[in-house]
Design a protein around this ligand. Structure first.
Ligand SMILES: NC(=O)c1ccc[n+]([C@@H]2O[C@H](COP(=O)([O-])OP(=O)(O)OC[C@H]3O[C@@H](n4cnc5c(N)ncnc54)[C@H](OP(=O)(O)O)[C@@H]3O)[C@@H](O)[C@H]2O)c1
Length: 313
């Protein structure tokens, strides 16, 4: 495994972070609790010590399962979780108020079976609550010992000036980035540079499309979110373009004796300096597969080629 000391935190994390969205066990096709628990055990074996989740994933299920799976090993790992997205009656709203943070954090701690969160992340800013009020509440919770550090997620370029005064305070910034999705790259790079934070990417496998297991007939059951058009990676022209990227990845994977998943994650680690790739996994063998990205690099020519094709498509 490769490790990284976060720039503004006394935390050393694996550059692969186990993503807890599928662990919400909702909207990701068939999932089994025993597989997630086995994946967490596999993380210990592989040296993955960084876990990402959110209170909204499965409406608490992901945090509950992570807490159960970590058990006595909690002290050995770094937990990053998020607050501020609410789902009620199937409708999503954002709430970044201090009052909501206070309630959400206590619920999170109870589900995770811990008394502190290592990195507590503003999931999506509601654009109403002033950042200084959010930061004041985060600091209050940190001083109370419930949070160690803060993170920011999905900060668009236009929102960045509002957060600029807090440079050095947020240790990670998160957004979607992969060979299949370059559209938030500017937001992500600018947020990291402006706030002096480390980058953590989500959707790192393009929700699975970059693993090479799909063709033009990719389809999902109606209760899998990827069946919906908003999950663009699996539909129409975008799916065709993704399959072209996968074709370009194949000779590179072969040259390195690697899997496509491993190449997809290696691209992130090589393209974004000091980054962490958050990868959603459902089973231990998926985590073992992506972890093969550690310990080697793409050549400058391979990196250039993948960069180019993923920008073109
Ligand atoms: N901050 C935010 O707003 C935000 C938003 C979304 C996600 N996230 C975080 O980022 C994490 C990653 O994003 P994501 O889970 O949406 O997408 P992802 O990591 O791109 O894709 C995950 C999916 O890929 C498939 N997969 C994983 N490893 C595989 C392997 N080795 N071989 C074949 N298939 C494999 C699995 O689905 P199948 O087995 O069904 O193919 C898995 O659920 C999330 O879990 C979450 O922690 C954050």
């Amino acid at each position: 495994m490769e490790y990284l000391k976060l720039r503004n935190a006394d935390l050393t994390v694996s550059r692969i972070c186990m993503g807890g969205c599928p662990m919400g066990m909702y909207g990701w096709g068939k999932t089994y609790e025993k597989d997630f628990l086995a994946a967490i055990r596999e993380a210990f074996e592989l040296g993955v010590n960084f876990f990402d989740t959110a209170d909204v994933y499965g409406l608490g299920q992901s945090e509950r399962l992570l807490g159960k799976g970590l058990g006595k090993r909690r002290e050995d790992v770094v937990i990053q979780t998020k607050f501020g997205v609410k789902i009620f009656d199937g409708k999503k709203t954002y709430d970044s108020t201090p009052a909501y943070l206070d309630v959400a954090l206590d619920r999170t701690l109870s589900r995770l079976r811990t008394d502190y969160v290592d990195v507590y992340v503003v999931h999506y800013w509601d654009e109403v609550t002033p950042p200084d009020e959010i930061v004041a509440e985060l600091e209050r919770q940190r001083d109370a010992g419930k949070i160690r550090y803060f993170g920011l997620s999905n900060v668009a370029l236009a929102q960045l000036p509002a957060w600029k005064p807090f440079r050095g305070l947020f240790v990670t910034v998160q957004d979607q980035f992969s060979l299949a999705c370059r559209c938030h790259e500017e937001d992500l790079r600018s947020a990291a540079a402006t706030l002096d934070a480390n980058i953590a990417t989500w959707g790192s496998l393009g929700q699975g499309v970059l693993t090479g297991k799909y063709d033009e007939n990719a389809s999902f059951p109606a209760d899998d979110r990827r069946s919906r058009d908003v999950y663009v990676n699996f539909h129409g022209e975008k799916l065709k373009r993704n399959l072209k990227i996968v074709e370009a990845m194949k000779p590179i994977a072969e040259a390195h004796g690697q899997t496509l998943s491993s190449v997809a994650i290696r691209f992130i680690l090589d393209a974004l300096k000091d980054s962490i790739a958050i990868v959603g996994v459902k089973r231990p063998e998926q985590l073992a597969d992506v972890s093969r990205c550690a310990g080697w690099s793409l050549s400058p020519e391979e990196l250039r080629l993948l960069d180019q094709i993923s920008k073109e498509t």
